[in-house]
Design a protein around this ligand. Structure first.
Ligand code: C2E
Ligand code: CA
Ligand code: CA
Length: 557
């Protein structure tokens, strides 16, 4: 039957069949057994833009897009087609083989349909199901699914995520008094601003009403969520123009953390909701964690940050100096500058507590520059007072070291105080190298070329490996106090110190022992071949004047 159909069409004998082909809404192409087109119908021409005479004799696949592979996994049937004008369309094509009288393949009938409309409907349905029509943000449904996925990943990777529930303060009042279209303007603008305040990898969704939820994934700690919450508060602070009004809409934000507070999407949202009510009780326009301890911690941290910024302006910082001596003859060979903060209330805040905060908020960059300036000023003064010309060692944070202008700033500051590269030494930790090895390598190379010495601080506590260290042109290793402490007690520390010393030797580096507290340690370190020492057993860090007296006393002995 099919065979006679083909020959009927080929011979053009059957008007009825021609009519049938012409009025079929599906594109039809009849080809020979190799796929060369013999005939196409009207729907084919409408679909592809090619008239019958333009395609006869061409291979069927010439309407396939040469550029794109199949759009979906649907095996073979769905692929991209290309119209005469070059535009692409999602194509569904089924090939029916037609055998000849001898039973061998003689023809093929290709039935082609355009899936554009179908695809549009699919994505429209998806939009309806997963997106909020007013703001274009994902909706609650989407969020729940996504949050489940995020939780799964955080569980696998042992990381933290946060749920921020953001509720606009007094939205109902605005909505009722100004009308719903004003309310819509506010919601759309709020959506845009919240979106701009979060990382691109995170999502914000609208829960309905004036409530939004942001999911923040892969946080380093609970404080990261506070940073984002602050960003949202800042983004919302600017008035929103609505008609002839300028409205200031503030949010109240509740924060819950996975796995700290809960471990399912629903319960995390519930915790965030509770926290959001606390934020309302606290007077709105603020954020609260579900866990009270975290609120306290973040509050302390924020006030510390504020105090730190003020401290630099108010001159609350000073430097103390701790000598380094040569183990063989006891002569002074250097001094480490150690930052001290005396708060306005008179209390001293240890650097271990405020340096990490200064690093987090970026204040370490201007603060570090202040330390460098102050160290240079002091060194210059001691030069003028005739103190021995030992270098002052300045600690540098990774963030400082990564500043593109870092090397120039060091060089300029040293020069501005009339000093040479021999007067200042830099101390860096392995984290400086780890953060971006290539950059560190080139900066270290430049510093070396300029004659500025660099010491590797806290050596032995990081990723120290011989192979690694070889790539970085440093001048000395400071053996971490933790190993020195155990020197006269446990064999492991002793073995570590010994191997660091021989490693340093083999790389041509000089060695400094930190935290040397006793005379016995000094002797032992000297025997082990360590060059220099620093620690309470020699001298505590001292304010400049006392340090100066110590040095004079030492030289006069
Ligand atoms: P660090 O660079 O390892 O500095 C040595 C620390 O060990 C100093 O603590 C010093 O007072 C202390 N120390 C010295 N001798 C002994 C000893 O015999 N026994 C013991 N137990 N400790 C000793 P400090 O001054 O509290 O500084 C702590 C850390 O703060 C420093 O560790 C350094 O990482 C950072 N820091 C201090 N000043 C600066 C600075 O200006 N910039 C930067 N980025 N970090 C600084
Ligand atoms: Ca140091
Ligand atoms: Ca150290």
């Amino acid at each position: 039957m099919t065979n006679s159909l083909v020959s009927e069409i080929e011979s053009g004998a059957s008007l009825l069949l021609r009519e049938l082909l012409a009025c079929l809404p599906l594109g039809i192409a009849i080809t020979d057994r190799d796929g060369q087109i013999l005939q196409v119908n009207g729907a084919f021409s409408a679909l592809t833009g090619y008239q019958a005479h333009e395609v006869t004799g061409k291979h069927l696949e010439f309407i396939a897009s040469p550029r794109l592979p199949n759009p979906d996994a649907a095996p073979g049937a769905e692929s991209w087609g290309q119209r005469r004008d070059g535009s692409l369309f999602p194509r569904h094509q089924v090939l029916h083989p037609v055998n000849g009288q001898d039973g061998a393949l003689a023809h093929q009938i290709a039935v082609i349909s355009d899936l554009t409309k179908h695809k549009q409907d699919e994505s429209h349905i998806e939009r309806l199901a997963y997106y909020d029509e007013l703001t274009g943000l994902p909706n609650r449904q989407f969020l729940l699914q996504q949050l489940a996925g995020v939780i799964e990943r955080e569980q696998r990777e042992n990381t933290t995520c946060a749920v921020l529930l953001i509720d606009l303060d007094r939205f109902k009042t605005f909505n009722d008094s100004l009308g719903h279209s004003a309310g819509d303007v506010i919601l759309k603008e709020a959506a845009r601003r919240i979106e701009s305040a979060i990382r691109r990898s995170d999502t914000v969704s609208r829960q309905g009403g004036d409530e939004f939820i942001a999911v923040l994934s892969q946080l380093h700690g609970p404080e990261d969520a506070a940073i984002v919450a602050n960003n949202i508060l800042a983004a919302m602070a600017k008035p929103i123009p609505v008609g002839q009004h300028q409205l200031t809409i503030t949010p109240s934000i509740g924060i819950s953390l996975f796995p700290h507070d809960a471990n399912t999407p629903e319960s995390l949202i519930r915790c965030a909701d509770t926290a959001m009510y606390h934020a309302k009780e606290q007077g709105r326009n603020n954020f609260q964690y579900y866990t009270p301890v975290l609120n306290h911690r973040v509050q302390e941290r924020m006030s510390l940050e504020t105090a730190l910024r003020g401290a630099l302006l108010n001159g609350e910082f000073s430097l103390h100096f701790q000598p380094q001596i040569a183990l063989d003859n006891g002569m002074i060979t250097g001094a480490e500058a150690l930052l001290r903060w005396r708060r306005s209330n008179g209390s001293w805040m240890p650097p271990d507590q405020f340096i990490p905060v200064a690093e987090d908020c970026g204040l370490i960059v201007p603060l570090g520059q202040w330390v460098l300036e102050e160290a240079c000023r002091q060194r210059r003064q001691w030069n003028e007072l005739g103190l021995p010309a030992f270098p002052i060692a300045v600690n540098c944070s990774a963030l400082q070291f990564r500043q593109p202008a870092f090397k120039d700033q060091v060089v300029d500051t040293i020069a501005a105080h009339g000093l040479g590269p021999q007067h200042i030494e830099l101390e860096i930790t392995e984290s400086v190298l780890m953060a971006s090895p290539e950059c560190a390598q080139s900066v270290l190379g430049e510093l070396k070329a300029l004659g500025i010495q660099v010491a590797m601080d806290d050596f032995g506590t990081g990723y120290s490996s011989l192979a690694y260290l070889k790539q970085f042109p440093v001048d000395r290793l400071k053996i971490d106090a933790a190993f020195i402490r155990g020197l006269d007690q446990d064999a492991t520390s002793r073995a570590i110190v010994q191997s660091i010393i021989s490693l340093g030797r083999s790389l041509g580096l000089s060695l400094v022992a930190e935290g040397v507290e006793t005379q016995d340690m000094r002797l032992l370190l000297n025997q082990l071949g360590c060059d220099y020492a620093q620690g309470y057993g020699i001298c505590h860090p001292l304010p400049a004047a006392q340090f100066e007296a110590w040095v004079r006393d030492l030289s006069s002995r």
